[in-house]
Design a protein around this ligand. Structure first.
Ligand SMILES: C[S@@+](CC[C@H](N)C(=O)[O-])C[C@H]1O[C@@H](n2cnc3c(N)ncnc32)[C@H](O)[C@@H]1O
Length: 217
C-alpha cells in the first residue's frame, strides 16, 4: 500500500463494528475468504447512510460480512446470492447469530443459493434501490442488462474490484491466467461509462469500485 493509503486506512473508524462482524473479519483473514476491504466498507456505509434504500440486492454473499454491514447501517430488506452452498450455509449461521446478538427478529436478509447469472435472469423486474456486485469479476459484463433491469429509477449499482489489482488500467496485455477477467472488466467499465441509462463514476478505492446511478429506464 502507498503512504497515502496507509494514512487513510489509519483514519478508518473502529466504532461501527459489532462482535459478529469482528469475529467474521478474523475468520475471513484466517481462512483466506475474500471480503470487502475496510475502505470499501466505510464507503458503502457512507453511501447507504445517505441513500437509506428500502431494498438491496447483493451478488456474492461469501460468509455474509458485507450483508451484515448493510444491515447495520439501514433497515433495508436484503436479497443476497451465493453459488457456493457451503459458504452460503456459513453466511446463514452468521446472520442467525447477528439477529440473536442484536435482538433483531426481522429476518431481513434472504440468501438465494445459486449462480447469480441464472438467478437474476429469472427474477421478475423489481426495483432494488441499491445493488452491490462482488462476485466473479469476469461475469459482471454478462449480468449488466439484468442488473440495470432490476435497479429502481435513481437506484445505485456498485461493483467491487473493477480495477482488479491494477491490471485493468494497465496498458499491458493481460497475462494468460487473468486475460478473460481483465478483458471482460475493461469491456464492463467501458459499457457502464457510456450507457445512456447510467451515470457512472469509477473510483480507485481499494481494488477499484464503480458507482452507477440509473438515470433512465
Ligand atoms: C469476494 S466474495 C464476496 C464477499 C462478500 N460480498 C463480503 O464482502 O462479505 C465473492 C463471492 O461470490 C461468489 N460468487 C462468484 N461468482 C458467483 C456467481 N456467479 N453467482 C453467485 N455467487 C458467486 C463466490 O463463491 C464468493 O463467495
Amino acid at each position: 500500500m502507498s503512504d497515502t493509503n496507509d494514512f487513510l486506512r489509519g483514519l478508518l473508524p473502529q466504532c461501527h463494528t459489532n462482535a459478529t462482524l469482528a469475529e467474521m473479519s478474523e475468520y475471513a483473514a484466517d481462512k483466506f475468504v475474500p471480503i470487502i476491504a475496510p475502505e470499501t466498507e466505510q464507503f458503502l456505509r457512507t453511501l447507504l447512510t445517505i441513500t437509506q434504500p428500502a431494498n438491496i440486492l447483493e451478488i456474492g454473499t461469501a460468509i455474509g460480512y458485507s450483508a451484515l454491514v448493510f444491515r447495520s447501517v439501514c433497515s433495508a430488506k436484503i436479497v443476497t446470492i451465493e453459488k457456493d452452498v457451503d459458504i452460503a450455509n456459513i453466511a446463514h449461521n452468521n446472520f442467525q447469530k447477528r439477529y440473536r446478538e442484536a435482538g433483531d427478529n426481522s429476518n431481513g436478509i434472504r440468501i438465494i443459493r445459486g449462480d447469480a447469472r441464472e438467478v437474476i435472469a429469472q427474477m421478475p423486474s423489481s426495483a432494488f434501490e441499491f445493488i452491490f456486485v462482488d462476485a466473479a469479476k469476469g461475469q459482471y459484463i454478462y449480468m449488466l442488462d439484468d442488473l440495470i433491469r432490476l435497479c429502481a429509477p435513481r437506484g445505485i449499482i456498485v461493483c467491487d474490484n473493477v480495477l482488479y489489482k491494477g491490471e485493468v488500467a494497465s496498458g499491458e496485455y493481460p497475462a494468460h491466467k487473468q486475460r478473460t477477467i481483465v478483458t471482460n472488466l475493461r469491456r464492463f467499465l467501458a459499457e457502464i461509462s457510456d450507457n445512456p441509462s447510467l451515470s457512472t463514476t469509477i473510483l480507485p478505492l481499494a481494488d477499484g469500485i464503480s458507482v452507477s446511478v440509473k438515470i433512465s429506464t
